[in-house]
Write a protein that binds this ligand. Structure first.
Ligand code: ATP
Ligand code: MG
Length: 334
């Protein structure tokens, strides 16, 4: 059975998996919803190509990385070669969308990633549109490809994302972590199980390659060949949820370690030069972006939010160890 720092996993852990699987299934978006998202993408393609014939539309974020809840926003990225200013293009796009009767259209041009927001009145789907954010398109594909290898990633990440959202630990403005960061934590956790449940795609033959500005995004994407990869490991969903939270509550070395999906390992802050605060990047909980490797996805975590996160990880670990119906209490707000 699983162990962390001498804590032996509860003996009835196996009996808890069906409960977690039901929670997971209740979070999946319906086929109707997926279909509505695709129809919206098609209508927008027509409207946008009327004004900009060479622009391509890419879905990214949780509606395309396969880790989306039902009712999540649709993230769309426009790719364009010409160098019309993003600012002007977004303002023009906002006008066009308004005249096409989309609702709550708003251009937010001063953000780190400038976007136009809108709502589709017929389905209520909210949509964010950005320009040339191709790194996000590439990391979306990476997450989707990892999810195809072993369904336990999908299940674990939905449980972790749902926990983070329910316990208000999913907000970079408050110093906690993005959904994207939580999925990376789950991937790395499964890369490190023994036997491993996930491989390290970036250390295999590079069958997919995209260069965005100076960043190479390359990895093995023929994942259909890997559908048996995790079969030597028979850990159940409940064991993995238990192990994930015990790792973050008791085993992670916050002063030394960096989570690295790129290498499939845990690497040291020293080799990344992330041992102290640099500007606003505090490097208290370090997660290396798989492609933009100088980018710490935990950089928003500060002295206050790291205490919150660690006490939430401990609460979760304790619920999972002692609670009669942990698949309910894990997500409850007191
Ligand atoms: P959800 O909307 O369900 O919370 P999401 O995956 O859509 O999850 P967002 O925070 O909306 O999460 O991010 C959308 C996408 O933008 C991510 O899937 C990822 O591709 C990209 N992204 C987000 N944050 C970063 C980041 N710090 N660095 C690089 N890419 C990022
Ligand atoms: Mg999103």
């Amino acid at each position: 059975g699983m162990k962390h720092r001498g804590i032996e996993c509860r003996p009835d852990i196996e009996t808890l998996s069906p409960g977690f699987v039901s929670v997971y299934e209740s979070l999946l978006p319906s086929d109707v919803e997926k279909e509505n998202q695709n129809l919206l993408l098609k209508s927008l393609t027509v409207i946008i190509n009327k004004e900009w014939p060479n622009v391509k539309l890419h879905l990214y974020g949780s509606c395309a990385n396969s880790f989306g809840f039902s009712n999540s926003d649709v993230d769309i990225c426009l790719s364009i070669d010409e160098c019309e200013s993003k600012h002007d293009m977004l303002l023009k796009l906002a006008d066009i969308l308004q005249s096409e009767n989309y609702q709550d259209v708003e251009a937010i041009t001063n953000a780190r990633v400038p976007i136009v927001k809108m709502t589709d009145p017929s389905t209520g789907i909210c949509c964010d549109i950005c320009i040339n954010n191709l790194l996000a398109v590439a990391n979306t594909k990476l997450l989707r490809d990892y999810a195809k290898i072993d369904n336990r990633l999908h299940q674990l990440a939905y449980i972790v994302k749902h926990w983070a959202r329910s316990r208000e630990m999913n907000n970079t403005f408050e110093g906690t972590l993005s959904s994207y960061a939580y999925v990376l934590l789950c991937i790395n956790f499964l890369q490190l199980r023994r036997p491993a449940i996930l491989p390290c795609l970036q250390e295999m033959e590079l069958t997919y390659m995209l260069t965005v500005e100076d960043t190479d995004c390359a990895y093995f994407d023929q994942v259909d060949e890997l559908h048996n990869f995790g079969s030597l490991n028979d850990e159940s969903l409940a064991e993995l949820v238990w192990g994930f939270f015990h790792y973050w509550a008791f085993a992670h070395n916050y002063t030394r370690d960096v989570i690295s999906v790129r290498t499939g390992c845990i690497i040291s802050k020293k080799i990344k030069n992330w041992t102290r605060r640099i500007g606003n990047d505090r490097h208290l909980l370090c997660i290396e972006d798989p492609f933009e490797t100088s980018h710490d996805l935990g950089r928003h975590v500060d002295r206050c939010s790291i205490d919150m996160l660690r006490s939430e990880f401990k609460r979760a670990a304790s619920v999972l160890q002692y609670d009669q119906i942990p698949f309910v209490s894990l997500f409850e707000r007191e």
